[in-house]
Design a protein around this ligand. Sequence first.
Ligand SMILES: [Fe+2]
Length: 108
Amino acid sequence: MHNLLESALMKDYVPHDHRVAHQRAHIDLAEQLKGIRTVFGRDGNGIVAIHGIDRVRDALVRHIEEFDVVLEQFLASATLDPLDPAARGRPAVDGMIGYRAGGTGFLS
Ligand SMILES: [Fe+2]
């Protein structure tokens, strides 16, 4: 789910180099998990599996720091502030303003 959601978000707002490296990192995490499952299925050694999960957990923490935080920054910088007058006139912003005007109305 993490991969699908992030891939969809990255499509329009994230530089190609980050997209490629980020998606490669997702594949690396998935391969590590698959390796744990394969070894555990073959040997049934829970201790080895637990150590593998520890390594994947550490890799996931690094992934969040190295890729997900950067992705969040790309998306935040690409997101328009509807209160910024320069953002007016863009369909997404005007649509949001119209929606709010019909409901809570604080942006109108
Ligand atoms: Fe990610």
